[in-house]
Design a protein around this ligand. Structure first.
Ligand SMILES: *Cc1c(COP(=O)(O)O)cnc(C)c1O
Length: 696
């Protein structure tokens, strides 16, 4: 009897569940309210109900077999011998590759991410697990995570920070040989700062997160890992020292002999310095000799051409934190160390230390995250011809994480329970009849609308809203209208309000009674980004304008769970960044397997993915150097035209069964041409074959 509870507990501690819908379903069936209250956290869920109740519900609702099947599949997955890596290379018994990132977006209850960089890191680990790569991840365990957004009375974003109780999350404190918490320490000016380590299991892959909230540290140092991207420059440098240098110390402490180090964005690049220091000691080398040695096993992925997205530290701060390190540990002058943060070491950095440059100067392999972005990066940072150049590995997404129930059920029905193991599955989309694709599409849209209604009514109930107001929410949005989504971080270059560029034009388009359309927006701005917050306020204000009533919704507190609902529920996914600032973008990839279509500026991944029949593009002016407002006007005009003339009529062009055959043809084209490529399985294989396995 009790074994089934133990199996559930075991499952709850492996984030395998975060990419398996049937697991979510079980908890929802056991008790939907507690599941919601736990923020979809099975560890907390199981801790809050007693075994008798649990067993009782399992019996009453006949869940025994379902749980057993998930458990059996999970064990099979963990013990699988025939993985991509094992088959192609060798069976590794210890970790060989280390991935370092400041953020990881894995599932709703682990708020260690702010946006696409984090979800990409999470997806990287999930696919590494699927493929059997001997890879581990390193990051920070933020006690207060990233901001929780709410919209205040002035329609503006305001922030709350929730405290994580790590003891009730799917993570386990790492213990040392004496069963005490294992700790590493880093030297900061005048003191040692300690960190304990949390281990997360993502299928076969382990992720280690460093946490400074330990007794040895004073109050300020305890707070080094409180908030992701919080605080000032000094806080940031402390976090990054912990991530890069502390991360390296942890690898040594755990005794891992890592072959390749993947620095995912510049935040973890101090790792390079710690590695050099270690190599100097171990092989009795000079700084530059050790640097050359380590260079061959570092890999750097750059994620943005936007300067504000790249960390730079002023010289005085670097001096405060690295002077002793340079002189005593590396036996070089501080100025020599400081040069590492300068590209080509030519003193053009204005007394700033650039983390991307540190990484570039110390990595054999450097890549951008789409073809276009890599080109831009090559122009931004011209490297000497004597070294390896910036290549491109286009981002992807881990489809199973973002797949809605209805889409997945259809794949199971047509292709069997293990449909996802077939690499060529997407080529079989034409085996699925139109009506079944359409049914899944409609189902996904409805689920999204129910989800939106529930979120809004939950909030109103908390605010003790009137019965009338609550009743209104029951009819919020139209289950049959063309539903368009826009959700991502509200960085200003993503132009969250381009849709409203010509408000009269937009009003005209949305007021056609035969062609109903509705928009759902979501996204957080960084707390210090007033520009981004202004955009949110503008959209929220429009959503209260009578003309947009029931046609425009802003969902508060965008997170990975809202993202999953949106990318699976929307018919059309809008993305309109200012070219060429969107390095890749990944949310548009997430819609593909859910039978959504993309409508985007030809930037980032979309210029690579778009082919005229698998979605739509927004045209950009040919003339260069136009002022921003001219570009916005031009692109908005293209957006309106395409929406009005092509997209909306196609969606409403129905056959006698009320099915939009030509729209579905676009969906087929989208799945056929995009799904096989824009996924992290392909991406991680590329990293493995082009970089990890080429490190000697
Ligand atoms: C996928 C995802 C993103 C990335 O969205 P882009 O459109 O690529 O910027 C950001 N946040 C969350 C929560 C996501 O799931």
């Amino acid at each position: 009897m009790i074994t089934i509870v133990n199996q559930l507990r075991e499952l709850s501690y492996n984030l395998y569940w975060s990419y398996n819908n049937d697991f979510f379903e079980i908890f929802e069936e056991i008790n939907k309210d507690i599941w919601k209250w736990s923020q979809k956290n099975p560890v907390k869920f199981l801790a809050s109900i007693n075994n008798e109740y649990l067993l009782d519900v399992i019996e009453k609702k006949n869940l025994r077999e379902k749980i057993y099947n998930i458990y059996r599949d999970f064990r099979k997955y963990l013990n699988e011998e025939k993985t991509y890596f094992n088959e192609k290379y060798y069976k590794a018994t210890t970790p060989q590759f280390c991935y370092l990132s400041a953020e990881y977006g894995i599932t709703k209850c682990l708020k260690f991410y702010s946006g696409g960089l984090g979800t990409l890191s999470g997806d990287h680990l999930k696919s590494a697990s699927d493929l059997g790569l001997p890879l581990i991840g390193i990051g920070l365990a933020y006690s207060h995570g990233y901001l929780r957004q709410y919209i205040n009375n002035e329609n503006r974003q305001a922030e709350l920070y929730e405290v994580h109780d790590f003891n009730f999350l799917p993570m386990i404190l790492v213990l040392d040989e004496e069963y005490k918490p294992l700790k590493i320490s880093i030297s900061l000016p005048g003191r040692e700062v300690f960190a304990q380590i949390w281990e997360l299991s993502i299928g076969r892959v382990k992720l280690y997160l460093l946490d400074t909230f330990v007794d040895e540290n004073d109050v300020e140092d305890k707070r080094i890992t409180d908030i992701l991207y919080g605080g000032d420059n000094e806080k940031r440098i402390q976090q990054e020292i912990l991530l890069g240098i502390g991360g390296m110390k942890l690898l040594d402490r755990l005794g891992f002999n890592i072959k390749a180090f993947h620095i995912n964005e510049g935040h973890s690049a101090f790792l390079c310095l710690e590695r050099i220091k270690n190599a100097m000691k171990k092989f009795n080398l000079k700084f530059d000799e050790a640097k050359t040695l380590c260079y061959f096993s570092n890999i750097f992925t750059t994620h943005t051409p936007v300067p504000a997205g790249i960390d730079v530290f002023p010289k005085f701060l670097m001096e405060k934190y690295f002077k002793r390190f340079a002189e005593e540990e590396c036996e070089i002058s501080f100025d020599r160390l400081f040069e590492e943060g300068d590209l080509n070491r030519n003193g053009q950095n204005n007394n700033h230390f650039n983390m991307a440059y540190l990484a570039i100067n110390n990595s054999q392999f450097v890549n951008g995250v789409s073809k276009l972005h890599s080109e831009i990066a090559r122009k931004m940072w011209s490297l000497p011809p004597t070294r390896s150049q910036i290549v491109s590995i286009t981002n992807g997404v881990h489809f199973k994480t973002y797949l809605a129930k209805a889409s997945e059920k259809l794949f199971i029905k047509r292709f069997g329970k293990y449909w996802y193991k077939d690499e060529n599955i997407w080529n079989r989309i034409n085996e699925i009849p139109d009506e079944e694709i359409w049914q899944a599409r409609v189902r996904n849209r409805k689920e999204l609308i129910y989800y939106v209604r529930e979120r809004i009514s939950d909030k109103l109930k908390l605010a003790k809203a009137s019965e009338e107001r609550l009743a209104e929410v029951e009819n919020l949005l139209d289950e049959n209208a063309l539903t368009i989504g826009f959700a991502r971080r509200f960085a200003t270059y993503k132009r969250g309000t381009l849709l409203f560029n010509n408000i009269d034009r937009l009003k005209q388009i949305i007021s056609n009674p035969n062609y109903k359309i509705q928009f759902i927006f979501s996204g957080k701005a960084h707390p210090k980004d007033e520009g981004g917050k202004n955009l949110i306020a503008e959209i929220v204000s429009y959503s209260y304008d009578p003309i947009f009533k029931n046609k425009l919704i802003f969902i508060e507190n965008y997170d990975i769970d809202v993202a999953k609902q949106l990318v699976s529920g929307c018919d059309l996914w809008l993305n309109n960044p200012r070219r060429p600032l969107e390095a890749s973008g990944t949310s548009g990839m997430k819609v593909v397997a859910n039978f959504g279509l993309n409508f985007s500026i030809l930037d980032g991944w979309w210029i690579e993915g778009y082919n005229e029949i698998n979605g739509w593009k927004i045209d950009s002016p040919e003339e260069e150097n136009l002022p921003d407002y001219e570009v916005d006007k031009y692109e908005a005009e293209s957006l309106y035209n395409t929406l009005e003339k092509d997209i909306i009529p196609l969606f409403y062009k129905r056959d006698e069964r009320n099915i939009p055959i030509e729209w579905i043809q676009k969906i087929r084209n989208s799945v056929l041409t995009l799904a096989p490529y824009f996924n992290t399985e392909r991406m991680v294989k590329e990293y493995n074959e082009k970089f990890y396995m080429r490190v000697k």
